[in-house]
Design a protein. Structure first.
Length: 224
């Protein structure tokens, strides 16, 4: 769909630094929520890390930039044996899983902040080989002891910090939302590749963002 207003939200600080180093933009502007610049008619906005920043900046972007399409490009952690490092995930559903409800039905609370993304507008076949699937979000890295329960309850393959909030806010505003996240590191019951070794996350973040930015036009600039 050409001539549409496209806003790309970038969450983690490391992801934003990677995007700026790849695109080398001029005219970066500071907003109360984060930096923003336009590159080849696409607005890139630093949405910040965690659910609070993600929700606030998603609404800010919708209110101020009036996008026809909101895109979130970024990274996620994968569960070892269920997904491979470097795989790009096309997010079809998000679940915010760090909700602890002890006064009423906890499953109802989880369901309230779960979002199915309408991707019916994407071309068939998709522009690139990609893995569609569920992404769970929480204000925490994957806790190793939680892995068996997360797999049993949700069939989890990967997790991040922001997608659940972004998808939820976009859907309530009636804005089309595309979330593409690449796996930078793997976690298992015995530990995480990037835990206590954040260099791995930073290095793989740049590789993931290079791929996503290169592929972005094929996803968002199709003929209608």
């Amino acid at each position: 769909m050409i001539n549409q207003r496209i806003v790309v939200l970038i969450s983690a600080d490391s992801e934003w630094q990677a995007v700026k180093s790849i695109l080398c933009p001029t005219g970066i502007t500071a907003t109360p929520m984060g930096e923003v610049f336009t590159f080849q008619n696409i607005t890139y906005f630093h949405g910040g890390w965690g659910k609070i920043s993600a929700a606030a900046t998603t609404q800010y972007a919708i209110d101020h930039f009036h996008p026809d399409l909101l895109v979130n490009l970024g990274t996620c952690g994968g569960l070892k044996g269920r997904i491979e490092r470097g795989v790009i995930l096309l997010v079809t559903r998000t679940i915010v899983y760090d909700i602890i409800e002890q006064m009423s039905d906890p499953e109802e609370a989880i369901a309230h902040y779960s979002t199915d993304l309408d991707l019916s507008w994407l071309p068939d076949p998709l522009p690139y080989p990609i893995q569609p699937g569920l992404l769970i979000s929480a204000d925490r890295d994957i806790v190793m002891t939680d892995i068996p329960d997360l797999i049993q309850k949700y069939g989890v393959i990967a997790a991040d910090w922001e997608s659940g909030a972004i998808a939820w806010v976009a859907k309530r505003n009636g804005i089309r939302c595309l979330i593409l996240r690449g796996v930078t590191d793997l976690v298992s019951a015995s530990g995480g590749e990037a835990y206590d070794n954040i260099k791995i996350f930073h290095e793989n973040t740049r590789l993931i963002l290079l791929k996503l930015i290169d592929q972005l036009p094929a996803w968002v600039l199709q003929e209608s």
